[in-house]
Each structure stands twice: as structure tokens, then as C-alpha cells.
Ligand binder design. Structure first.
Ligand SMILES: [Zn+2]
Length: 220
């Protein structure tokens, strides 16, 4: 009896940790910090410091992602620790409703995915994150641009002359690549889990695969 109570509490705890938020995303999500509490989180859409200058997430929103994505982030974090650095998450799971608000506000299809087309944003499936680098004290380090900077400075390949910035962005990208993420040509901070197609319904993955190779590539 005692054993089965323990079992029931364990299941309850696991259910609490796995949050299913969006039927469309089709999978459970975990709080990234429940997998690795050393990863810093500053969700930019939870405050005013973002492209539309008002909060899109309720206060207390956590950085959620597919469990496999959170585990891969922990791998990247462990790698970065060896260089006295760490990750700071700017965005993770993004509800379709928030994606729709971003789309409405920006109407820039070069960068922002229209939630009505194809699979929308891969953030809405819990398989993409926006991340930057911090030092071992959690302080920001010099990077090529701020979040959601839609200028050439945001390109994956840093073209500036600062050796420090070059070293920081390469370290972030190498850590994420080694942990199983892909980057995005137009945004140094955006990372998608390499086997992303696995997490979409097959018909959606097929469409997204086609679109990703063409004009969909390059949007957040
Ligand atoms: Zn992104």
C-alpha cells in the first residue's frame, strides 16, 4: 500500500512537471530550469524590452520546451561551464496566440513566421529556443546584437571586427551545435533541435521541410 502511494505521488509529480499547453504542439513540455537550474532565463516577451514594447507573456511564465530540447540545453550548458560561461534563454515555447501578436505587430515575413502558414514558428512546437551567452556570474557578455535585432548584425556569421564578440558567438554556436541544435542564417540567437521533424505530425514535417529550404528559412 505504502509502495503504491509512493508510486502515485511520483506519477503526480511527473505530471506536474510535464505541462501540456497547446493541443497543436502535440507534446508535453518541461520547465528548462527543472532540467538544469543553472541555465538563466530572461523571457524578453514577458517584459517590455522587446520589439513591441509590451509584455506578451503573463508574469511568472517559465521557459518551457520539449523534454529532449531541455536535455540538449543542459548538455550545451555543461560544455559552456568549461569555459566559465553559460546560457541565458530569451525565448523558448511560444504559444500560437503570442506568435499571432508578433506577426500582427511586425508583419515582416522575412523574420517573423506567420502562424497561419505551414507549421508557423517552431517555437510553438517547443523545439526552438532563443539563447545568448553569459559569464560564470550570469552577466551578459558582448554579442553581435541585441535580441530581435533585424539588421545585418543579427546574421549567424558575425562580420564585425571585435575578436571578443567573434569568440563569444562562436562559443555559443559551437556549444549548441555539439548539443544537437541547428542555427538560423539570419539570427545568431535562434536554435532548433536538429531532429525537429520528429516532433511534428508527418504531413506537417513534410510541408515544413519544403518551406524551410526556401522562403521560410530565416524567420523566428
Ligand atoms: Zn527564435
Amino acid at each position: 500500500m505504502r509502495g503504491s502511494n509512493t508510486y502515485v505521488s511520483l506519477i503526480a509529480a511527473m505530471t506536474a512537471a510535464l505541462v501540456s499547453l497547446d493541443a497543436r504542439a502535440g507534446g508535453p513540455f518541461v520547465d528548462v530550469r527543472s532540467v538544469d537550474p543553472t541555465i538563466m532565463v530572461e523571457l524578453r516577451y514577458a517584459g517590455r524590452n522587446n520589439l513591441i514594447r509590451h509584455p506578451l507573456y503573463p508574469s511568472g511564465t517559465r521557459a518551457l520546451a520539449r523534454p529532449e530540447v531541455a536535455s540538449a540545453l543542459a548538455v550545451a550548458q555543461a560544455f559552456l561551464r568549461r569555459y566559465q560561461c553559460g546560457l541565458k534563454i530569451w525565448d523558448a515555447y511560444r504559444p500560437v496566440t503570442v506568435q499571432a501578436e508578433l506577426w500582427k505587430a511586425s508583419r515582416n515575413s522575412d523574420y517573423v513566421a506567420n502562424p497561419e502558414i505551414g507549421v508557423g514558428s517552431l517555437h510553438s512546437w517547443g523545439i526552438a529556443v532563443d539563447a545568448t551567452l553569459v559569464d560564470s556570474w550570469g552577466r551578459p557578455v558582448l554579442m553581435p546584437s541585441d535580441f530581435d535585432d533585424f539588421t545585418p548584425a543579427a546574421m549567424w556569421r558575425y562580420a564585425g571586427s571585435s575578436a571578443d564578440i567573434r569568440a563569444h558567438v562562436r562559443l555559443l554556436q559551437y556549444a549548441m551545435y555539439k548539443a544537437g541544435f541547428w542555427g538560423l542564417r539570419t539570427e545568431w540567437w535562434h536554435f532548433t533541435i536538429a531532429d525537429w521533424q520528429k516532433y511534428l505530425p508527418p504531413e506537417k514535417a513534410k510541408v515544413a521541410g519544403k518551406v524551410l529550404g526556401t522562403r521560410w528559412d530565416g524567420r523566428l
